[in-house]
Design a protein around this ligand. Structure first.
Ligand code: NDP
Length: 340
């Protein structure tokens, strides 16, 4: 980052609240602190943050697990929504409602768990017409990632009516939104979950079929019986390997996550004998045109009333405890964080 810090606009509070990940001799731990605008990183745009969200990555960062935060102290929170206070580029007038996911906030620079954030204007997406910051964070990185996965499957010919589409880790944030988006688009969705008690919830999102983790076809051979027209996978590891081996000829698998592990032991046979496409999904540096198209589609297909049952609203104070919950796989659907 080389941009200078612009002078603060008048009328702002002297200090504001932030949840920081702090590193000391005992390790990394979350701590509520009062910051000033001069504590924020460089950037051309100041945003008043009203809402953020809780993603698996945020759980890792807040709980002090290695791999997410690149420096300390740091404000986690890979998503934020609020209003523009000042944009030095002139792109957004003060008061414009905006959202921001990815681009390294809450990882390489301070993120959404603070009442103010200084970012780059080009990272912002204006809130789609008729939506609210709470809706945007109910979608958040998890929902945006699910949308990118569905778009990728569609780009590779997985059309409604082409057969069963499998969603793994279905009761999680990415999975829940993928189930809802696929069902809305007219796909027949099979949701795989390790939580049998989530079956009614997944059906309410539009799943036609709910199966347990253990019901996925076991990976015994390089190619298993063809079943899935497409797959949205947030689990990785053997689940992804099994999905590849069970995907139908010319089907596609969108690899979104690693909730079950990052290793992938497979063979080339699904690719060279069935023409299966393995599609990588990256929400962090997704190019702006794709990003805006995805948010426009989310606003159309997942209005606030469809997300209501998927979302819990929690205060910033709860984030340290919620971090432990999401890492333990006990958070269902999406969690919006009220920041201020
Ligand atoms: P959640 O914790 O909300 O959901 C993950 C789900 O995966 C859980 O709800 C659970 O589903 C399932 N799961 C968890 N542990 C295991 C396990 N050991 N074996 C099998 N299944 C498991 O996280 P998110 O939905 O926010 O994120 C899901 C994954 O996607 C994460 O790995 C995350 O890092 C990644 N991700 C990637 C992004 C990208 O840009 N590619 C962006 C956002 C997230 P159930 O209870 O239904 O079994």
């Amino acid at each position: 980052m080389t941009q200078p810090v612009p002078p603060a606009p008048p009328g702002l509070p002297e200090s504001f609240r932030a949840l920081r990940a702090v590193k000391d001799e005992s390790g990394v731990h979350p701590e509520f602190q009062q910051l000033t605008l001069t504590d924020l990183p460089p950037g051309d745009t100041l945003v008043r943050v009203t809402h953020s969200s809780l993603n698996y990555k945020d759980g890792l960062a807040v709980a002090g697990q290695p791999g997410v935060l690149k420096a300390y102290p740091m404000t986690p929170g890979i998503d934020l929504a609020g209003t523009v206070v000042q944009d030095e580029t002139g792109t957004y007038p003060p008061g414009t409602p905006v959202l921001l996911t990815g681009w390294g906030i809450g990882e390489r620079q301070d993120g959404g768990y603070a009442e103010y954030a200084r970012v780059r204007s080009e990272w912002l997406v204006p809130l789609p017409e008729g939506t609210t910051p709470e809706w945007a964070m109910s979608v958040g990185t998890a929902g945006f990632t699910a949308m990118l996965a569905v778009l990728a499957l569609e780009d590779h010919g997985v059309a409604p009516g082409s057969g069963e589409v499998l969603v793994t880790g279905a009761a999680g944030g990415v999975g829940s939104t993928a189930v809802a988006l696929l069902a809305q688009a007219g796909h027949t969705v099979t949701a795989s979950t390790g939580r049998p008690e989530a079956a009614a919830y997944l059906r309410s999102l539009g799943a036609s079929n709910v199966i347990g983790r253990g019901d996925l076809p076991a990976l015994k051979r390089p190619l298993e019986k063809e079943r899935w027209a497409g797959v949205v996978d947030s689990v990785g590891a053997d689940t992804l390997a099994g999905a590849l081996a069970s995907t139908r000829i010319h089907g596609a698998v969108a690899a979104c996550g690693l909730a079950g592990g990052s290793a992938l032991n497979t063979t080339v046979f699904p690719f060279i004998l069935r023409g299966v496409n393995l599609l990588g999904i990256d929400s962090v540096a997704c190019p702006t045109p794709r990003r805006r198209a995805a948010w426009a589609r989310l606003a159309r297909d997942l209005p606030a009333d469809r997300l209501a049952g998927v979302t819990q609203l929690r205060p910033l104070d709860d984030v340290p405890a919620l971090a432990q919950e999401i890492l333990a796989g006990r958070v269902r659907g999406r969690t919006v964080i009220e920041v201020g």
